[in-house]
Design a protein around this ligand. Structure first.
Ligand SMILES: *Cc1c(COP(=O)(O)O)cnc(C)c1O
Length: 365
């Protein structure tokens, strides 16, 4: 069996260091808002090249708290529109709509699966206040074009960097390519905790302060409540474990790139459409996503041969039960992507024999 993502193997590699980190926290007797989260925040901020990092409970909260903080600052208000790709994971959309703002869905590019920067402008209205580029599957969006539009129209740029830890563009990493960014440390992400976790990164000190306060009951001074906040903090335990895993991130990304390189060079079945990539460090290959006309048949073929694959994602946001107001909308590119995509096994622990086997299977299909 070739696993889609072998989380056992991924964490087993660092078992002793993880145990040591765990022990450090147990022995400290301090579990919330202590030294480990402070240290992780400083280390992750440094890694992303930003001034501020705030650990939060998960990636959805990271995005949601950025929006909440902009509302407290009076920069966003109920009913404002945020432009977001139509083919993203539902959390990007939820972060907007649960804050009473309106997600404006924009079609992606069929080759990169990323929001099509050339289509964004046509969707900008007087209500548009922000763009949320999603670095889907680990590849950076066209941030130069997005930045130019944001400047031209006075919009905030909120990166959904949940799949793109470490992706680089002109020596700038995901997390510092917009006004603020949300990261997820869900176990399967490129930087994964052993449970839920997330972070906000930004160079905006005022925004950072409000996010931190909102995430702690809206309180920056004990028992004084400035905002109607939430409880969304990154645990000491998860921070300590993430510090171990952050040290491995660059090496793991290099391994993911090596897997992707083999897939790109050696899969040559005309029925399989490979992802476009510019062979730069702007892709960290969270997922390796191909397209094929009869996706379910290919998935079944690989399953029979003992290869696990997944579909990211089977149902587009505008077809979700939670959003009946969008059911009448048509996004042909998005719908085609959702019908045709298949994610191949991708991880830093795939073995060469497994890659060999998968490539031969695909070429024989
Ligand atoms: C995982 C993910 C999220 C949400 O992160 P959680 O930690 O699971 O809440 C948001 N956006 C994208 C693109 C994701 O992949």
């Amino acid at each position: 069996m070739i696993k889609f993502l072998d989380l056992y193997e991924i964490n087993q590699r660092h078992k002793q260091e993880l145990i040591n980190a765990f022990e450090r926290v147990i022995d400290s007797g301090w579990f919330i808002q202590g030294r480990e989260v402070d240290a992780f925040e400083a280390e992750f901020a440094h890694y992303c090249g930003v001034q501020h990092c705030i650990g939060v409970a998960n990636g959805l909260d990271a995005l949601s708290l950025i929006i909440r903080a902009y509302k407290e600052l009076g920069i966003l208000t109920d009913g404002d529109e945020i432009i977001v790709p139509a083919n993203t994971f539902i959390a990007s959309i939820l972060a907007i709509s649960t804050n009473n703002l309106i997600p404006v869905l924009v079609e992606p590019d069929i080759h990169t699966y990323l929001i099509n920067a050339d289509v964004i402008q046509a969707h900008i209205t007087s209500r548009t206040k922000a763009i949320m580029p999603v670095h889907l599957y680990g590849q950076l969006c066209d941030m130069e074009k997005i930045d130019r539009l944001a400047k031209q129209y006075g919009l905030k740029v909120i990166e959904d960097a949940a799949q793109a830890h470490g992706a680089v563009l002109s020596e700038q990493r995901a997390g510092k390519l917009g006004d603020a960014a949300g990261f997820s440390f869900y176990p399967g992400k490129n930087l994964g905790a052993l449970g839920d976790g997330g972070a906000v990164t930004t160079n905006d000190a005022q925004l950072a302060e409000i996010v931190r306060t909102l995430a702690n009951y809206g309180s920056s001074e004990k028992y004084h409540t400035q905002y109607k906040g939430v409880n969304s903090r990154l645990d000491e335990i998860q921070s300590a474990l993430l510090r171990v895993k952050l040290q491995q991130l660059e090496a793991d990304t290099a391994k993911r790139r090596a897997v992707a390189k083999r897939y790109l060079m050696e899969i040559n079945n005309p029925k399989v459409i490979l992802p476009e990539n510019k062979a730069t460090e702007s892709h960290v290959w969270h997922l390796f996503v191909i397209r094929t006309a009869n996706r379910d048949a290919l998935q079944e073929y690989l399953q029979q041969a003992g290869v696990q694959t997944q579909i990211h994602y089977p149902i587009p946001p505008h077809k979700q039960e939670a959003y009946p107001e969008w059911h009448h909308l048509h996004f042909p590119v998005t719908e085609k992507i959702h019908r045709e995509v298949l994610s191949l096994p991708m991880s830093p622990v795939l073995r060469q024999e497994e890659i060999d086997q998968l490539i031969s299977l695909l070429n024989a299909y």
